[in-house]
Structure formats: structure tokens, C-alpha cells
Design a binder for this molecule. Structure first.
Ligand code: NAD
Length: 497
């Protein structure tokens, strides 16, 4: 079996055909070594048009649109089986492209496969609804695919994030054009190959990589695209939302975050310090739900900070495939530059850099985009570094004095994706959880994810939900049906007899 990652010029997928575009390609650099991985063919606006036409044709085919739910479920389960069979390949694609450590990449494949199984069960068991009649008729609500869905994904966790979209959109019976991030094209391409091999009809899933600024607009604005599902930064999300608004189509937006992680003095401080370390540094901080703002009650602030610093210093930063590696590089050299500029900016404004704030000294890592776990203190919650998403291994630590002060600071940010609370007082946990403006709240834990729970943000962290049963409804439109049981016409408000 030839695979994308084995080829020098990686092709993309339209209508079940593999397309090589040698005049337009992305040179892919391994962020851990600075070496070229491969060239990936990039799509043009004409390719986007061909991909959308192909998805439209496939989505309109009754054999796909009306496929019985249990048959569709079998297909999704076959995709999950193939993902697990090709787990090493998928994990390797992600590791080479965004530098995430091997263990995380493998776990993300298992997570992605589980998502396909979840939506297989969901589509097989979720029914239409009979609604209470208010006359002599049967009233029903049925759920139908949108048609062509544009799925646009970022680079930080391409396997899981693409699975969230593709599994639910296929379960719902749509056609899809997937535009993966330029930094991580082959995970999407390999998922496209797996879907084809599993028996998804050619054209149902098309995968076209390329620069978002060039082909993203063409995709979102294509007249046959009836829904957009976007995961990425807030500014691009805003632009997509504006285009979608003009077309009057739904845009589900999973955007950035600057999540508060809150530790009260009565908490299990050791467990909280473990969680605070994982919450920000896992994935080298490149996680939308990263607990990047650590609020600690003042009387235990020094104690907690010293525990988090100790844990962060002990993290094993290394090449992503090194045995025991816990942190890899940033996903690109540009991303590391951005992280450096944010930390330098804070330093100039008087912030204290408690640990990190530099590249690692290890000469084996000198060619990669590595950056040390960094903890910034001595800042106001209004400081730029505490307000803007960094998407790197940078934790902002801030003390708070009481619950009211804490909630005001925690909510004083444009984002509202995730949050964490550590306390032994269950009534306080409830109060704070309800007061936080966030789509997710973890209580005495952090980063517990379930395919069965809806995922998404408040405020500028997004709109709509993926995963959970709501996740499948996101990819369906609602139709109400009224079926008369009467021999005479008795509809309308005033004209019927
Ligand atoms: P990005 O917004 O730069 O890019 C995301 C995708 O959008 C890429 O495929 C890109 O090519 C494409 N794109 C760029 N311009 C476009 C345009 N004009 N039209 C259409 N598509 C366009 O984000 P990124 O740097 O790849 O990812 C990091 C961001 O993603 C962070 O802000 C992070 O918080 C966010 N993210 C959110 C979630 C979530 O579920 N809420 C999950 C992961 C990442």
C-alpha cells in the first residue's frame, strides 16, 4: 500500500481520484528537525470548484443520501477499524508534521477511531420524532443532511479534530470538502484514503490542502456549499462567519481560548499542581483548551507555584519519537517566533519569567522549533500575555483574593472555551462553575474529554457544538412534517370551512 507520507509529491483527493499538482505545492518542513518531509500538492480555486461539484453530486445520489442508518453505521465502524489498523501511519503523519510526541499522536488516532464508532452508534439509534399533534394530523420532525459541508481544520490535533467533523458529517449523510491546515495536510489525506478503502462512495469526501487565504475563501463562498464547519483561530473564524452570514448558511466555529484554571486554598493542592502542569504544557501548549491562565488563591499562591515549577522543570522535552518524550517542538518555526515575541513583550513590560523564556540548551534540539516550558508571573490579568492566545508552552500565573475577584478576572477576556476549578467545597464549585463564561468546566480535574459530551465555546471561542448527540444534529437540517388524518381540509387560520 502506498501512502501519502511515503511519496515525495503527495497528491490530494477529488471524486475518488488522486490529483498531483506540481505547479502548486506546499514544501513540508519537520518542526523537530528543520528538514523537508515532503512536497504536498496544493489545490487551486479550480480544484476547489471540482471538489465541491464532486461532493454535491455524491451527496445528491440517493444511494448515499438515503443509505439506511444501520448500513451507514457499518461503514463508519469499518473506517474506525482501518484507522486502528493504520494507527502507526496516521500517528507518524501527525508527528512529522506538527511535532507532537509519539504517545499523544497514537492516543489521538484511538480517540479519532472512537469518534467514528460513537457516531456509528448515534446514527443507528437516533430516531426522528413524532411531536404532540394539535389537530387531526400526525406531526413529525425529521433530520436531513445539509448537502455539501466545507470542513476546515487547524494544525494542532488534525486526527481528532478532522474525525470530529468527518465522522459526524458522514453519519448525517453529507458530502464533504475537507481543507486541512497547510502544516498538517497528510492526516486529512490519509483519512480520505481510509474512507475510500472502507467503502465511502468516491466524491463523498474530498480532501484539498492549500493556503487558507487562497482557497479557503473560494471554498466557503462556493454557492453549492451549504454549511461550514471551521476549527481554527478567532480572526479567521470571524471572516468565515461573515461570508457564511452573507450566504445565509450555518457556520459552526470552534475557535481559540485563554482558559482560566482556578485553584482555591482548600483544594487537593498536589493533584491541582499536577493538573495545572498538564493543562498548559501537554502538546507544548498547542491546545485550544490549554489552561493558560492559572489563578491561585493568594494564601497558597507561592506553595502552588513552586509545585508547578518543579513539575514543569521535570518535563522531558525531546524529539517527538524519543523514548519517554513528553514535549516536542512548536508546530512551526513561525509559531515559535510568535511565542518568543509574546514572552519578550511581557518581559519588557516588567513581567517575571519564573522558568523557561528560552529555547532549550540541548544541541540535539537546536535545529527544531523547541521552546522551554515557561511560567510568567507579576502581571495583571489585563496584560497582553494574559489576554491573547499564545498557543505555546506559556503559563500566566496570577493570585486572587476572593471568589468575586476571581470570577471578575476569569471572565474578563474575549474567549470562553474551557475552564477548571479546584476546591473541596462542592457548593463553591457549583457557584463558580455556573458563573464562569465557558463552554466547558472541569471540576477537580482538567482535560477529561468525552466523545459523548458536546464540545464548543462561549463568546469569541465559537458558535455551535461538535461531539455528543448535538454533534450529529450540527450536520443535519430540521424538517417538520404534518400528515393529515382527516378526509377534509382543515388547515389555515381563517379561510378553511
Ligand atoms: P487558523 O485560523 O490560522 O487556520 C485554521 C484553518 O483555516 C487552516 O486550515 C487554514 O488554512 C484555514 N484558513 C486560513 N484562512 C482562511 C480563510 N480566509 N478562509 C478559510 N480558511 C482559512 O488556525 P491555526 O493556526 O491552524 O490553528 C490554531 C487555532 O485553532 C488556535 O486559535 C486554536 O485555539 C484554534 N483551535 C480551536 C479548537 C476548538 O475546538 N475550539 C481546536 C483546535 C484549535
Amino acid at each position: 500500500m502506498s501512502t501519502a507520507a511515503d511519496l515525495k509529491q503527495v497528491p490530494f483527493l477529488i471524486g475518488g481520484e488522486w490529483i498531483t499538482n506540481s505547479s502548486s505545492c506546499i514544501t513540508h518542513i519537520n518542526p523537530a528537525t528543520g528538514e523537508v518531509n515532503y512536497q504536498v500538492s496544493a489545490g487551486t480555486e479550480a480544484d476547489i470548484d471540482a471538489a465541491v461539484q464532486s461532493a454535491h453530486k455524491a451527496a445528491s445520489n440517493p444511494a448515499w443520501r438515503n443509505m439506511l442508518p444501520h448500513v451507514r453505521a457499518q461503514l463508519l465502524n469499518r473506517i474506525a477499524d482501518l484507522m486502528m489498523e493504520r494507527s502507526d501511519l496516521l500517528a507518524r503523519c501527525q508527528m512529522l508534521e506538527n511535532g507532537k510526541v509519539w504517545k499523544e499522536c497514537k492516543n489521538q488516532v484511538a480517540n479519532g477511531a472512537a469518534t467514528f464508532r460513537y457516531f456509528a452508534s448515534a446514527i443507528e439509534t437516533l430516531g426522528s420524532e413524532i411531536t404532540p399533534p394539535r389537530g387531526n394530523y400526525l406531526s413529525m420532525t425529521v433530520y436531513e443532511p445539509w448537502g455539501v459541508v466545507a470542513a476546515i481544520t487547524p494544525w494542532n490535533s488534525p486526527i481528532t479534530l478532522t474525525s470530529n467533523k468527518i465522522a459526524a458529517a458522514l453519519a448525517a449523510g453529507n458530502g464533504i470538502v475537507l481543507k486541512p491546515a497547510s502544516f498538517t495536510p497528510t492526516c486529512g489525506i490519509e483519512l480520505g484514503r481510509i474512507c475510500l478503502d472502507a467503502g465511502v462512495p468516491p466524491g463523498v469526501l474530498n480532501v484539498v490542502p492549500g493556503a487558507g487565504g487562497k482557497i479557503g475563501d473560494a471554498l466557503v463562498n462556493h454557492p453549492l456549499v451549504r454549511m461550514v464547519s471551521f476549527t481554527g483561530g478567532t480572526e479567521v473564524g470571524r471572516r468565515i462567519s461573515e461570508f457564511a452570514g452573507r450566504k445565509i448558511i450555518p457556520a459552526v466555529l470552534e475557535l481559540g481560548g485563554k482558559s482560566p484554571h482556578i485553584i482555591f486554598a482548600d483544594a487537593n493542592l498536589k493533584a491541582a499542581a499536577d493538573a495545572a502542569t498538564v493543562a498548559i504544557f501537554e502538546g507544548t501548549g498547542q491546545s485550544c483548551t490549554a489552561g493558560s491562565r492559572l489563578f491561585v488563591e493568594r494564601k497558597v499562591y507561592d506553595e502552588v507555584l513552586s509545585m508547578v515549577m518543579e513539575r514543569a522543570r521535570a518535563l522531558h522535552i525531546d524529539l517527538p519519537d524519543a523514548p519517554g518524550a513528553q514535549l516536542g517542538p512548536s508546530a512551526s518555526f513561525g509559531q515559535r517566533e510568535f511565542i518568543e515575541s509574546m514572552v519578550e513583550g511581557a518581559r519588557k513590560e516588567g513581567a517575571e519569567i519564573l522558568i523557561g523564556g528560552n529555547r532549550p540548551a540541548d544541541p540535539r534540539l537546536a535545529k527544531g522549533a523547541f521552546y522551554l516550558p515557561t511560567i510568567v508571573a507579576g502581571i495583571s490579568h489585563k496584560a497582553q500575555i494574559a489576554q491573547q492566545e499564545i498557543f505555546g508552552p506559556v503559563l500566566c500565573a496570577m493570585p486572587f483574593d476572593n471568589e468575586e475577584d476571581l470570577i471578575a478576572q476569569a471572565n474578563d477576556v474575549n474567549y470562553g472555551l474551557a475552564s477548571g476549578i479546584w476546591t473541596a467545597d462542592y457548593k463553591r464549585a457549583w457557584r463558580v462553575a455556573r458563573a464562569l463564561e465557558a463552554g466547558m468546566v472541569w471540576i477537580n480535574t482538567y482535560k477529561q474529554f468525552s466523545t459523548a459530551s458536546p464540545f464548543g465555546g462561549f463568546k469569541e471561542s465559537g458558535l455551535g457544538r461538535e461531539k455528543g448527540l448535538q454533534g450529529i444534529r450540527t450536520y443535519q437540517q430540521v424538517k417538520s412534517m404534518f400528515w393529515s388524518m382527516s378526509d377534509t381540509f382543515d388547515g389555515g387560520f381563517s379561510l378553511a370551512k
